[in-house]
Each structure stands twice: as structure tokens, then as C-alpha cells.
Design a protein around this ligand. Sequence first.
Ligand code: HEM
Ligand code: HEM
Length: 450
Amino acid sequence: MKSIVNLLPTSFLVLTFLAVANGQWGNNNNNNNNGWQNNNNGWAQQATFAPTTVPTTTSPTASPTVSPTPSPTAKPTNAPVEPIVLDQVALLAATTIPLGGQLDGTELEYIVNTADARAGGQDTVTMTYTIPKESWIAVGFTNGNGQMVGADAVIGLPDSGEVLKYSMSSKLLQGVVPMPQNQQTLIETSLVQDGGITRMTFTKILNEAGEVPIAIGANTFIAAYGFDNELFIHERRDSFAVDLVAGEVEVVETRKKALWKAHGICAALAWGYASPMAIGAAVLRYWLPDGMWFKIHQALNMSVAVLTVLAFGFAVAAINAEGLSHFSASPSPHRLVGLVVFLLLIAQTVGGIFRPHTPEKGETKTTTRSAWEIGHRVLGISLLLMAWYQIASGVKIYQTLFVESAGTNLLGILWGSIGAIVGIVVVGRIFAYLAEKKEPEASESPVSEV
Ligand code: HEM
Ligand code: HEM
């Protein structure tokens, strides 16, 4: 009976590891329209950048930003654009800024038109955004935080040729909504898609009622483009500080990479390695000298607890610094499940320390002790499973946020090595089971000190 109970965690490990390896856990976030999804195209998908015809600086009078050169092969995406003659232009030179971060390879060209006659004398900015990809395209304006939620955006949809203003109230598709007709005040829009490039041009009034203002000076803008022409989550997006007068641009870090890296390393060490080995020591006690399994089990579990507390601390600090909401279940359940794992781990650790002691020789096991043994095993395995889900989802989120890390198959490396540990434990347990059957007295492994 005891051997069967001892085998339970092993079979749990085998089944669940297979489930995780099959992607049943890791894929939870795909295709569920919850925001982290739609990476079917691969986060590492690289677009090749063909040189654009956009000059780095253009001469004052002509306005090359708003007259994309039509080419015979260009897909017709919008009505032909009339050349623009500006009545009064204060900042005469168009400025071209290559964007960095995830938007490396894209270019934003702009010119500020003060007292623009086309806008009844209001100040406007003409922008041309060029991306090395045929997909939907967007430039957005934030109140300085570089966040998508709360920003206004100009989005170009190549299939219909529409270039419209949107407000963005969430990171879901439903939260990205065109502004009402009376707010669609863009002037001279155009959208051209050709030879692997998409280029959107529009002129926007700088200060409009109920909208994020654009300053003739420092601004924090965002931009994004999709996997294809249909508006859905972006393949690439980033935030950047631009000084419209000085023409200086700098990528704005909206997510704290160093803290997330520290969080991921601590969590993966704890639950990818220390915890399976701690459970492994308990499962393989047959092969270990007197009481040794417990020493290993206790030491490794203590390190799991310490590393998880550290991981939790880094995550909460990062979310705090980013001004985001703690433990929310959207756009991914990772934050919420992370809190549950943390709280259950505390319960498991406290339960392990204050466990009801095992009976002395000759005494019978108390019901409390038996209940604790079952509870400790069930909770231990459940925690490990939830933590594995956390590893799978956490790494995916990390590689979405910091696309430069997506080139490494982190999950492959993690599951490969974790799988090896689980494999050793399973095989070791099977052999122990067979050996115990042959010499039943050996199955009563000493547990007196625990
Ligand atoms: C249907 C449309 C969209 C969906 C479903 C969507 C979804 C998301 C999601 C899930 C995130 C978090 C993951 C990440 O950081 O990459 C995010 C972040 C971001 N998005 Fe979007 N997005 C959409 C449109 C846009 C547009 C049009 C822009 C730009 C004009 C934009 C700019 C950004 C930026 C700069 C971030 C990172 C900063 C932040 O977390 O707020 N997004 N978006
Ligand atoms: C198994 C253990 C893990 C636990 C218990 C855990 C816990 C958490 C918690 C509690 C948060 C949210 C903090 C808050 O809302 O204040 C969080 C967020 C996050 N974690 Fe983990 N995590 C684990 C594994 C990982 C791994 C291995 C990575 C890989 C790098 C990772 C990456 C992230 C990222 C990128 C976020 C931000 C998510 C977002 O913006 O929605 N996590 N984690």
C-alpha cells in the first residue's frame, strides 16, 4: 500500500509532464483573444527591410511626406493624394527619425505646420510612417507614459485604405475603437503598400478637444504594426520620446526588463529545478542512505521558498514601477495564478515546518499525520503543476515584451532539462518499486526523524 502511495506523485509527474510537454499548459494563452495571443506567426518572425525612398531630410517647400510615389505595382489603398501646398509653415524642414527598440527598421517622418490653413488656422503635424512589412500600421499619442491604454492612435488598414483616428481603452481588440465621425478630422491621408513596405501619411491637428494633445516640443508617441492587414495584436510595437522641434528620439522603456529577467530566473530555478529535485528526493528515498532524502528535500524546498519570495518581490516591484494593476487576470492569467502559487507555497512551507510528527516505533500513525501526509503531497504536486504553467506562460509573455529574446528557444531548453530530471525520478521510482516487491522489508524506509 505504502509503495502505491509513494508511486502516486510519480505517476502525477509523468502524466502532467506529458501534458505540459504536449503544450496543453503552455498553449493556454494562444488564440483566446485575451491579449497575449496570436503568436502563431512566431514572435521571432523577422521582416526584411528594403530601403525606403524617404529622404533623411527634405527641402522646405515641397512636402514629400504627403506625396507617396505611386508605383504601377502598388496596391491601390486609397484615393489619389493631391499635392499639398501649405500656406504658412513655421518649421520648414521635414524630419526623418529612424525608430529603435521593437520598431527598429521603421521610420517616422514629420513636419509641423503652424497655423495650417487646411485646419482653419490651427497647428497641425504631417506624419509619414514607413514599415518594412505589408500589414496594418499605426502611430499613437500618449500623455507621456508611453502606454497603449489611454492613448489615441491613427491606424491605417490597407485592405480598405482607411486611415482613421482611434481611441484605445484596453489591450483587447474590442478596446481599440474608431473615434466618432465628428472626431475624424485627419487631413490628406494616404496609405500605400508595395514591395514589402507599408507607408501611411496623415496630417493631424495638434490640440483637439477630448484627445491627447501633441506638443510642439517633447512628446511620448507609440507606434505599432501587425502580422498582416487585419487589425489584431501587433507583431511589433514600442514607445518613444520625440522632441518635434529638436527632432530627437529615444526609445521609452515601458516595461522593466532587468526586474522581469530576475523574476523569471528565480522562478524558473525554483520550480524548474529545485522543486522537482526536492520531490524527486522524496520519491526516490529507497535509493538514498538513512534520512538523507529528507535533508535534501528540506534544503531544496527551503530554496524553492526563498527563490519564490524573491521572484514574487521582483514581479510586484516591476508592476509597481510600471504603474500597472497587480494580480489582474487579464491580458494573461499569469499575474493572478502567480499570486495563488505564492500564497499556496507559503501554506505548504508553514505546513511542512509545523507538521504533525511521525509516530515513534510501536505507535500507530495518528489521523492528523495521515491527513497531513496526503495534503502535503497533493498540494506539493498541484503547486508544481501551477508553477509549470507559470513557467510556460511567463516565458511566452517575456519573449513578447522583449522580442529580442525571442530568438532563443528558452522553453525548449527549460522543458528539455526539466524533462531529464523528471525522467530520472520516474525511472528510479520504477526500479525502487520492483526492488521493493522482491524484498518487501526494504520498502519500510526509515522516516523516524521526519
Ligand atoms: C487590436 C489592436 C491591438 C491589440 C489587441 C493590442 C494588444 C496589446 C497587448 C496585449 C499588449 C501587451 C503586450 C506587449 O507589450 O506587446 C500591448 C502593448 C502595447 N501596445 Fe497594443 N494592441 C493593439 C493595438 C495597438 C496600437 C494601434 C498601438 C499603437 C498605436 C499599440 C501600441 C502598444 C504599445 C506601445 C504597447 C506597449 C506599452 C503598453 O504595455 O501599453 N497597440 N498591446
Ligand atoms: C513559477 C513561478 C512563477 C510565479 C509564482 C510567478 C508570479 C508572478 C506574479 C505574482 C506576477 C505579477 C505580479 C503583480 O501583479 O504584481 C508575475 C508577472 C510576470 N511574470 Fe511571473 N511567475 C512565475 C514564473 C515566471 C517565469 C519563469 C517568467 C519568465 C520570464 C515570468 C515572467 C513574468 C512576466 C513577464 C510577468 C509580467 C506579466 C504581465 O505584464 O502581465 N514569470 N509573475
